[in-house]
Design a binder for this molecule. Structure first.
Ligand SMILES: Nc1ncnc2c1ncn2[C@@H]1O[C@H](COP(=O)(O)OP(=O)(O)OP(=O)(O)O)[C@@H](O)[C@H]1O
Length: 262
């Protein structure tokens, strides 16, 4: 039987996110078929694959937006499988939606304060027995501004005025302020200039190396993703067709040509 969010942890929380036998459907369409993968703490796990492979569906299930038809989503010893999206967020799983996720009516600073608000809620919950958040080295707005100085220059501007790259930095900063254990990133490179992508990926790498954060990075840009990831998982038609060390995947010509488009 599944444990619940309220069960006391019985394993070391270092385990990170584990997905076991995950199956998801849209009516007759089988979008995920018995997917197994692990996103350990202190590592970046890239999920790669062509259009329709099931990457977005995987994120939707993990974040509680779509109910799976089978399998499990575990965070440490906590079973998040059938949890509502707000409970998954409170458990420490932060979504970094593709740059659309900024609230354009609010300023940069106000957007960031929303993330900090969730972080504060989580800290109070931790006092009630939930495992404390890991030491993500971002706890207040100045920490985000140190990572992304252009956000500081625009802190009082409406988020509407930001470029695509700045919007992506803002949603990432907001997610970090929620003191996450796991970051889920959906195509953070989409439509951005290579220089901006390089900055965002370098920040992710720094954060993961500095603490116990687990990153699940969904990307179509397989080459860039594998350059910063520890492990790559390749999906095709809802199934895992490869799961390996990122550098080994990048060096596998057959696999790259068949599934990764580079
Ligand atoms: N709302 C939906 N209704 C029906 N089928 C869907 C729906 N969303 C996705 N699908 C189907 O589920 C499968 C997986 O789609 P998904 O969006 O997860 O793939 P993806 O790898 O994220 O691709 P993309 O990068 O194009 O978003 C595809 O066959 C897709 O057509």
């Amino acid at each position: 039987m599944n444990s619940t969010l309220d069960d006391p942890p019985t394993e070391r929380p270092e385990t990170g996110l584990r997905i076991r036998g995950l199956t998801a459907r849209y009516g007759p369409v089988l979008a995920l078929d018995e997917v197994d993968l692990t996103a350990p703490r202190g590592q970046i796990t890239a999920v790669l694959g062509a259009n329709g492979a099931g990457k977005t569906t995987l994120l939707r299930v993990v974040s509680g937006l779509l109910r799976p038809s089978g399998g499990e989503v575990l965070l440490g010893s906590r079973n998040l499988t059938d949890s509502a999206a707000e409970d998954v967020a409170r458990a420490g799983v932060a979504q970094v939606p593709e740059g659309r996720g900024v609230i354009t009516e609010l300023t940069v600073e106000e957007n960031l304060r929303l993330g900090a608000l969730l972080g504060a809620t989580r800290s109070r919950a931790a006092g009630d027995g939930t495992p404390a958040a890991p030491p993500v080295p971002v706890s207040d707005l100045p920490d985000v501004f140190a990572l992304f100085p252009s956000l500081e220059r625009r802190r009082r501007q409406s988020a509407h005025s930001l470029s695509g790259g700045e919007r992506q930095m803002l949603v990432l900063g907001r997610a970090l302020l929620s003191a996450p254990e796991v970051l889920l990133l959906d195509e953070p490179s989409l439509g951005l200039a290579p220089k901006v992508v390089a900055r965002i990926f370098a920040v992710l790498r720094e954060l993961v190396d500095a603490g116990g954060l687990a990153v699940l990075l969904v990307e179509q840009n397989a080459r860039s993703a594998l350059s910063i990831a520890d492990t790559g998982v390749v999906l095709n038609l809802g199934r895992v067709v490869a799961c390996s060390d990122a550098s080994a995947l990048a060096a596998d010509d057959e696999l790259r040509h068949a599934y990764l488009g580079f």
